[in-house]
Design a protein around this ligand. Sequence first.
Ligand code: URA
Length: 207
Amino acid sequence: MLTVIDHPLVQHKLTMLRMKETTTGGFRRLAREISLLLGYEVLRDLPLEPVTIETPMEEMQAMQVQGKKLCFVSILRAGAGILEGMLDLVPAARVAHVGMYRDHETHEPVEYYFKAPEALEERLCVVVDPMLATGHSAAAAVTRLKQAGAQQLKFVCLLAAPEGVKAFEAAHPDVPIYTASLDRQLDENAYILPGLGDAGDRLFGTK
Ligand code: URA
């Protein structure tokens, strides 16, 4: 299932993010702000637990998020740009990292790094990567997380291409996708059009 989060603030900030004049610092700040707003929607069904607290007036039973039940999964390296905004929302969440590169000959994703907290089967895993382009590395990351025990997953990106959505949904029909925009298509180099360019390069000021 694909959900496009069309909140006016998300769309406004996304427009600024796309602009080629946006600086590295501006891009990073906007990506973080958009991610926070996406996270607000993506996490609206987070489980709560009661906690006893004291207000200045009296003791009460209040609700808090079960922080240990959540795991953000950042796909290296551009996932870091979304992870920050998600951690702004839930600072206590656990974090996993998955590193994938594309083999030049087979064009298949190859894992070079995987580190995840224990008991993934008990956690909601929110996998983050700014661009769902071909969908291959996102699908491979989710396959790897399932092998490691994850059972409940969501995928969050800033932009998605129709080709990526199709490939990802074919591989993982049980994993909902959340995005700020469904763009038109991929170009011959698998960049999203109209897109925003290379998200990693724009986040980190590399070329
Ligand atoms: N990765 C990017 O950073 N940009 C795209 O357009 C596609 C994949």
